[in-house]
Design a binder for this molecule. Structure first.
Ligand code: ADP
Ligand code: MG
Length: 209
């Protein structure tokens, strides 16, 4: 779900949308996933967080969203939208996609606003009026990207946002997504080195920490 985050903006300079300082975290009785980890994302910048499965990528997202408490360190950020790795967990099963998108954007969306985005995402707009179980994983993932775009936040956190799409569609959707997000700061999680090299302004490797 999108996060309507507590306001941590006070320490941020105007062009910084995310700032992580000296973050240290471990799950209880587990080894540290990060020690004194720092990272910042500026407006218009795309940072890729690269690391193998289990290296703590999704955990870092939960920390940024405030769903987990760090052992130490400070995380500051502007308003964010999150695109989750698992498309089925990003929408409530009982409500239509469009009503859930309106819930988080907190405004009445006019078709002029979302139809062009649907087209770019190769998403049949009729699907927006359905409940999530009627959609495939790939379609839901595109709905989740659509929701993030319509939120118009300054920071986007995307955890393997195109993992449910096939390889060719993946690149195409990602290209459109990045194009539509120009001006935003993006933290993109991926395990795909080639993808990271292709799109990132900077790649941060979790395994090197
Ligand atoms: P990634 O997204 O890079 O695959 P995760 O952040 O999901 O990695 O997980 C990092 C490590 O933390 C893994 O070893 C995982 O098993 C462990 N982990 C994840 N969630 C929990 C939890 N709630 N309690 C304890 N360990 C966890
Ligand atoms: Mg993960």
């Amino acid at each position: 779900m999108m996060q309507d985050i507590k306001n941590f903006e006070t320490n941020l300079s105007a062009d910084t949308v995310l700032d992580i300082k000296n973050l240290t975290f471990s799950y209880p009785n587990n080894a540290f996933l990060y020690k004194n980890f720092s990272l910042s994302v500026k407006k218009g910048e795309l940072i890729c967080l690269l690391g193998p499965s289990g290296s703590g990528k999704s955990t870092l997202f939960e920390l940024i969203c405030g769903n987990l408490e760090p052992n130490s360190g400070i995380i500051s950020h502007k308003k964010l939208a999150q695109i989750y790795q698992d498309p089925y967990s990003s929408f409530h099963p009982a409500y239509s996609i469009i009503s859930q998108i309106k819930d988080v954007t907190k405004r009445d969306l006019v078709q002029n606003e979302y139809l062009p985005l649907c087209k770019k995402l190769a998403l049949n707009e009729n699907l927006l009026y359905e409940k999530p179980h009627k959609l495939s994983g790939g379609e839901l993932q595109r709905c989740s990207i659509l929701r993030a775009l319509l939120l118009k936040t300054e920071l986007i956190l995307a955890d393997e946002p195109t993992s449910a799409l096939d390889n060719i569609t993946q690149l195409d959707i990602l290209k459109h997504m990045l194009d539509m997000l120009k001006g935003c700061g993006i933290l993109l999680i991926t395990h795909d080195r080639v993808l990271a090299k292709w799109c990132a302004d900077k790649v941060v490797r979790l395994e090197d920490l």
